[in-house]
Design a protein around this ligand. Sequence first.
Ligand code: PLP
Length: 374
Amino acid sequence: MQVSEMAGNPSSLHTAGRSVRQAVEEARESIAADLRTRPSAVIFTSGGTESDNLAVKGLFWQRRDRLGQPARVLASSIEHHAVLDPVSWLGTHEGASIEWLGVDAQGRVSPDEIEDLLRAGDVALCTVMWANNEVGTIEPVGRIAELCREAGVPFHTDAVQAVGQIPVNLSEIAAHAVTISSHKIGGPFGVGALILDPALTLTPIMHGGGQERDIRSGTFDAPAIAAFAVALHHAVTGQADHAAHVRELRDQLVAAVLAAVPGTVLNGASLNGASRLPGNAHFSFPGCEGDALLMLLDAAGIDCSTGSACTAGIPEPSHVLLAMGVDEPTARASLRFSLGRATTSADIDAVVRALPSAVNRAARAGKLTARTRS
Ligand code: PLP
């Protein structure tokens, strides 16, 4: 069915509605097949932020009612704000006791620490992202999922950055709830899904028509859902080729930047191992103001990011780098380059050409700011 023909409400019983409903169900089946899970696990949402909120709050409420107070939430300290903020909110508004999991210098949580914390028997929920959106570190989610299953504790993972970059096979990773988002894989904005173990339920955050197993309400955005399924299929079937393409360019970029700008620090896990997203390059340029550098590169036609894109407007150093033990001035001097399908060798050359003079100018701006602050 063409997107332009999707005129009926998929929850209506008339023919037009039923045919749109069929398109939604086909998309659900396609997404489930690509992620190696069951169609009944797929709950469509408005994107990664809603899926994270639904999982974190919904699972907490569901479990707290069974555990009684006080209930604990284990969350990594390097989560995206779509997880970080609902977890903090549960602490301030719902009496949750929050255990922020530390990370090592590469940004990895420790499964041993989680195993110890699970022993107390008062954990309502554990949430650790599959791959970090700033430094690209891939977390040991398979092991954490096993530990949580053994302890009978729901485990949520935000896989927004992982899908399409690395294999995401939910028949191998036993997470109870997995967040995915369409626009990160080339699909439309404003649609995503929570993959929720069908054996589990959670308390909804929105009430209404109960379209998705009474867990999520709201009329389906059928055209967006259909396009999301197509994008996901391309992302999953093309993942290996995509990873090889961006990894080669990323390694080229890292080598050239380290050579062109002495003193540059590469943040995150090593390039060779299996612990880093293939399209991620994240640097600190000590002495520079990251925001100044970003603007100078922007003027040269280069898009990059300080902190996560979602918090770039806020002049706070990245919570991810601080959690990794990076000091505040160095954290402020950091930039992320994300490589995608359209990135070419010529783009890498353009960055390497523009960077040395931008770093010099940003370092001068950094000195001025430091003088104003002192
Ligand atoms: N989680 C991670 C790791 C992300 O990188 C993002 C967006 O950048 C989100 C969640 C939010 O997803 P959405 O933009 O679909 O709400």
